[in-house]
Design a binder for this molecule. Sequence first.
Ligand SMILES: [Zn+2]
Length: 115
Amino acid sequence: MHETTIARSLVERVEEIARRRQLMRVEVVGIRVGVLRAVVDSTLREIYRELVAGTDLEGSRLEIAPAAMLAHCRACGAESETTRPFRLCTRCGSRKMSFTRGQELFIDYLEAEEG
Ligand SMILES: [Zn+2]
């Protein structure tokens, strides 16, 4: 499943950051996920919890926020940021919209006890 791959790489990245910053106990992992990735938050959280069970990250919680994408109108050139795809350009009403940058996934913040 899609979410499994994401959760795995996420855990690796969090472990790496925790090691580098010598964090004792990570409590919250805040991430932003591009809306075009179509990640199911509850599924991702569940898999994350399973993956970290028995590791140093056990008990940490995932907070998921959407990362905005860029809407670009190919008719009038209007650009705007949005977390939701829409059909018509809000400026000229054209349907020639393209969306970019909705694929990001990054760690926004970590809450932890410092070692
Ligand atoms: Zn337009």
